[in-house]
Design a protein around this ligand. Sequence first.
Ligand SMILES: CSCCC(=O)C(=O)COP(=O)(O)O
Ligand code: MG
Length: 231
Amino acid sequence: MTTAAKIVLLDIEGTVCPISFVKDVLFPYALEALPDTLKAQWDAPQFAQYRNAFPAEHAVNETAFTDHVKDLMSRDVKAPYLKSLQGYLWETGYQAGQLKAPLFPDVAPKFASWAEKGVHIIIYSSGSVPAQKLLFGHTNGEPANLIPAITDFFDTVNAGPKTEVSSYEKIASKHADYPADQWLFLSDNVKEVEAAEQAGMQSFIVDRPGNAELSDEARRQHKVIRTFDEL
Ligand SMILES: CSCCC(=O)C(=O)COP(=O)(O)O
Ligand SMILES: [Mg+2]
């Protein structure tokens, strides 16, 4: 590794798996599962936590709820209550083998080599922690379940928004044996990379196939890698 990182903090979408898996597979799966879920569980105790987390005006009935979910997903709004619902809707798909996370080919081998070197892997994604665990528990990698390789999971609920410096400070404070400069954050999102840097972490942009075009300024100001093999 070209850095002295002892903890690698990883984004998910656009960093370990393609954006198209989220937009073209996971989102449509959730939208397809929604009507039957609402029909069967609208008043069920196990659905109450997801329904009650929605703003009251969007939880008055199933139609208002569905319209709001569709609107948020069409705009890729990373609202914690939507992310939590999505994780619940994806659960059946992962467990039935209909959903499998297509990790970029360098990811699982790099997890193994980080583990060998004693480098901790921690995840920080807008996807909810339960959704993160489903994804890393059901991958196309070898092994398919990468959860044992992961030290901790953070989302916008237990850490805060990914573009805020305080979120990275909070994450680092939960593993205070490692000062911020021993952390390396990898993400496709320039604003997230800048927030992590301002929190004292090393941070690189990951430029994967299908990611948004990076500006010349972003390329000038940050280290950009295309695969984890470049680390
Ligand atoms: C792990 S859940 C699927 C991904 C997702 O819903 C998402 O919003 C990912 O955002 P990220 O912060 O990983 O770019
Ligand atoms: Mg991302």
